[in-house]
Structure formats: C-alpha cells, structure tokens
Design a protein around this ligand. Sequence first.
Ligand SMILES: C[S@@+](CC[C@H](N)C(=O)[O-])C[C@H]1O[C@@H](n2cnc3c(N)ncnc32)[C@H](O)[C@@H]1O
Length: 311
Amino acid sequence: MASSLCHSLVRHTKWGTFIEAEKRTLIKCDLLKLSIVSTEKKILRPFIRWAGGKQNLVSYLLSNLPPENCIAKYWEPFLGAGSLFFANGFKNAELSDVNEHLINAYKQIKKNPKSVYDRLLFHKRNFDKDYYYKIRESFNKHRSQNTIEQASRFIFLVHTSFNGIYRVNGKGEYNVPIGKMNPSLPTLEHLKQIASKLKTAKLNFKPYHNILSLVNQNDFIYLDPPYPKQDEKEPFQQFTIDKFSKKNQIELAEFANGLNDKGCDVMISNSNIPLIVELYRNWNIVEVPVIRYVSCKKQKIKLNELIIKNY
Ligand SMILES: C[S@@+](CC[C@H](N)C(=O)[O-])C[C@H]1O[C@@H](n2cnc3c(N)ncnc32)[C@H](O)[C@@H]1O
C-alpha cells in the first residue's frame, strides 16, 4: 500500500478526486477518508488471436477506465477477442459482435468449457494437412449451425490456420490455408477461466448500433471498431477485413455522441489519422505508443494510436 502511494498521481475526475497508484489501483479521496475502490488484478488473456486485438494496448486501456464503482454496466459491442473485458472482468456486462461464429464459440465455452476442450483435443490428435482441409470444409458446410461441434471447428481452424487469422471469402466461406504444424490450442485451465469471466455476462450476435436504445446513464461503453489503416497514404482505399469504411467511421462517431447524450461514459480506441482526430475534436484524446506489423510484411513499426474518452 505504502509503495503504491509512492508512485501515485492525483486525478481530479467528474466522479471525484482519486489517487492513482500503479495500474488500476485507484484510491478515492473522500475528504479526510481514503478508501480503496479498485485494486490490481491478474490479467486474463483472450483464448483466441484476433485481427485488431488489443492485447498490446491493454495496460493503457486499463489505466484509462472510469473508476469501477462508477460503472453501472459494461458494454463491448465490438467484442473480437475481448482483450479488455478479459483483462478487467466486469461483473455486469453485455458483449456483442457481428461475427456469429465468434459469439457461438464464447457461448459454448461459457456453457461447457470441458466439452469444448475435449473436442479440441480430438482435432489436435488427428491434425495433419488433410484433416485441416476436411474440418474447413465441414465448418463451411455447417456455418448456419450454432453448435458445440461448430464452435470447436472454429477455434481449431483459427489456431491452426496461416498466421492464425479468421478470414472469409465473398460467399462467407472460411478460406485461410493451413499454417503451423505444431499449433498450441487453448488449455482446459484457460477455457475454464474464460468461462468463469463470462459467467455473469450476456453475449449477443448483433451490430453495434443496436445497443443505443438499451444503454442507460452511468453505463460504460468501450468501442473498438476495425481501424482505418495508418501506415498507408489512403487509409480507406483498402477496406479492412470487416469492411469498415470512412462512412462507417462517421456513423460510429454519431453513435458515440448519442451515447454521450444518454449520460454514458464512453472510451474508443482508434487509428491516429486526421479524420478520427477531427470526428472526436470535442473529446479527450490520449495518444498511446504501439507496435504493429506492416500489412502482410513481417516488419514491425512503431505507431501512436488513440484512446478517445468523453470523461
Ligand atoms: C478491432 S476488432 C475488436 C478487437 C477486440 N477489442 C480485441 O481486443 O480483440 C473489431 C470487431 O468488430 C466486429 N465488427 C465489425 N463491424 C461490426 C459492426 N457493425 N457491429 C458490431 N461488430 C462489428 C468485428 O467482427 C471484430 O470482431
């Protein structure tokens, strides 16, 4: 405790004055009384690698959260691999995404992590090139099914595919070729931890804008849309894998202002390009350093990305 205070920083916020000591240790200064409102937590990693995943930004996201006791409900409508949700573990949460297979995987893990694990183990034992393409074919054939078999095919494919990514063609068929021959699949312990964090969370397959009529004052919403490219001359020339265009970014900013008008706390992560800075010019913008791979090449570059808040 004493050592935490040595590294402390006083933060005056709309919720009161806090002493911020180390990561996520906020001590509320309630006149003469000091009370701990949130303490350091063990960080749980996602069970899947995901395009645009925020694992390498998570410590910045955690240190920019509103105080936990000021959050009525947590909403994450661009869930992906859920780096922030799993790192922090909000008790009352609504999580959603437009990727139905991803949401099905979460639902099946939440319901029965051991059965998902057993099926993954079966796939792993049989894994070779022919088996990979057989499972890919089966996954595409059954893609309207939200079953545990389909969830285990999805998790297996993402972990064994080239570069460990999820990508579909114009017909919605998974089309990534086989990757490493010695993949590491999630352990039973990891799946159980994921299931435990999801225990009190609601999971939905739906587009982000559907939550506007559902949120209430003092809810906290984290928005992590597919990013426009920052390392190219024209960020929207190439669509992202999720086809999130310039128009979509403008609509998202309108949506974020709608959340603000409803009295919600909102945090957004996004690309550091002039359009985004302009769209959120009245918000509180924090630049954070991050290392990313240049598209398709195995070359690392250092970038600044944005954490945008209305608090
Ligand atoms: C950048 S990723 C989120 C990454 C996540 N924060 C993480 O740490 O893994 C964006 C996610 O938004 C989803 N998405 C794209 N368009 C969407 C929409 N209109 N509504 C809801 N989700 C959408 C994609 O399926 C993808 O999972």
